[in-house]
Design a protein. Sequence first.
Length: 372
Amino acid sequence: MLKDQLIGDLYEAAVTQDGFLEAFQQVTESLGADMFHMFSWDAVRNAPQLSVYSPKREIDDTIRLYDQYYGALDPRRGFVERANVREFAFCQDHLSDVYVERSEFFQDYQIPAGFRYLMGVRLERPGSSDILLGMLRAHGRTPYSEENRFNAAGMAGHLQRTINLWRDTRVLHRDAAIGAELMEQLGLAVFALGRDQRVLFANAQAEALLRASTCLRLEHGRLCATFAADNDGLQAALARVAKTRKGESVTVRPRLGAPHEIFLGISQLPAHAAHAAFGDAAMLITARRRGDAAPVTAMQLRQAFGLSAAEAAVGEALIAGKTPDEYAASAGVAMSTVRSQLRAIYEKTCTRSQTEAVGTMLWVLSQRKPQG
């Protein structure tokens, strides 16, 4: 009964974003561990990223040391990574007491930090790197028991689903919180559409765009492109986003042969989170004219997210409305290289798609006070 209650609390906290780490800590303790640490591994830096751990514990310095140095020495990470997804591995099965006594990792770091035994599991994160979850037992306690193993195996699926749900919902809550105020700050035109794809809201920039542009118009309350071929593409994209919930980018022009004038980003709004920002809207469209100053620079992206110069250039292009193909062509780089840089951007911004990544980069940078 207690286990069922903990599982229910964990799912509820993942959805509401209220106390998830505290609920996760309760589950950790119910499985016989004292703390948890979850992260994805950056093979290039040979160091962890994401790095989320038990709350309200004096372990910030311990985790910092792990992230900066000892994580690369951790002998347990290998057998957790090699195990099947959602299959717990136990350090006591792989590392003898003799090994521990001679190990720099254990003698200089883990045991002085107060921990000895670990059970770890690799969890899938669709569209991103797998998550490595370690549950640690305090030094002085016995190894994990058969009962601990059985209970952990029964929880693996719930742990994976709730972690992914928590991260996905966090993105949705953040995206909903972007709202009209953020878009106004960034100078972006914003249209919020209902389930029937009628425009429910347009900010001042969007209204000005409609007045000035010959590319877009409202027709019976719906956003349409003036050029028929582009309008077919726009309506098809709206239908796909509504069906798949995957964001898309569209460009429109005033006539055949003219350069593309307006870049549109289309994304589905989560029903339970959108109300706070846009009432009953189901879809969000951001629009930017060709030639408008970019709201974010590559240097800002490098500073905020630790992107490389090449990755930041891709991020700047996405925010400016270019597609990956267009960026690859203009920059003279292979599309395979751009795809690799996109994967790095998703990882560093904790997102899974171009639309999510652009929303995250805009949102984070809008919160930073200008220097001056």
